[in-house]
Design a protein. Sequence first.
Length: 414
Amino acid sequence: MDKKILLSVFVSGLVGVLVGGAITIAVIAPGGLNSLLPAGVSKLNNNNNTSSSTPYSANTDYEQAVISVAKDLTPSVVSVVISKNLPVIEQCPYNPFADLPPQFQNLFGGGSQYYTNCQNGTSLQQVGSGSGFVISSDGYILTNKHVVEDSSAQYTVLTNDGKKYAAKVVAEDPTQDIAIIKINATNLTPVNLGDSNSVQLGETSIAIGNALGEYRNTVSVGTISGLSRTITAGDQMTSSSETLTNVIQTTSAINPGNSGGPLLNLKGQVIGIDTAVDTGAQSVGFAIPINDAKKDIASVLATGTIETPYLGVRYVPVTPALVTADNLAVDHGALIEGDANGDPAVMSNSPAQKAGLQLGDVIISVNGISIDDQNNTLSALIESHNVGDTVTLQVQRGKNVLTVKVTLAKYPSS
């Protein structure tokens, strides 16, 4: 990667400027650097025993809070390195005239000056990276599912103290971009989980992560710039995409490699999981609310797996346009319908099918809570319950309102 970094070096009366790998040296006048300063500009302090050895002191409580969060949380943030065995491609001699008689081959130098790409075995190579943060002292780490979704890859965790650990994927949430991995380590410092439901627009947000897969524990500061966003996020490595709902929007810089790292408040509490960035904008990043991951964390620490409740329907949110187009009797809820690929609206042998839900039904509430397309989506309300819970659905079927009880099952592995 071609980096153009400007670095000024002041040594023994010489100035060295490093630009693009070349250093230009200029001799400073006998008066030193101060002799080159315009009139009225404060002189440089030449006393090596003064300001250069004085620790930096924050000027405001706000700045001190940011510094404290960075200092306290960086030991809990890790880099996740993704590696795969890939072909080693080399330049091998190639004779394009091999089919000709030897006397004719000699006319062309025997073909010895020609080369082509050839494979020479395989080697383990880094193909990507992400971030994560410690959730237990014995080595459990939370990250994004898209960071560790390649079952053929190997994962290595780099901690803040420079140690390397092989990582194992313990569990992946089937409905959210959340995964938990495990390393063989003890005495780690877990993060403090905050309450993402209390996050407010305009409050300070701090992102820490492995920016661009190169700059570990990069700290960026911004604000919460949006709440309850719905986005479609794509992964450039796998060309996959998914819709994320109820995510937090932030101006804290989130770059490739930050995925899976923590989004923090000024108290040093994790309020989100850095997940995506809008590449068509500046300083528009998104994080999964940490409250959405708390059940996964508790489930893995207790059972070693993630148990997600499952209803078994495909649906679209009811909008004004949909009310008009389908002549619906209600103006909110979740309309049960199949998708463009021909997949069924109600999955076979699912809790929904067993309860009698049908194509065209509109689920308007879950346990008395009305469904909307913001915080109270059907998915969010179902996921707020546990496997085995029985929930009461209000369902609009044509002109009739039905009360349907459904016992939620464990999300199927397939």
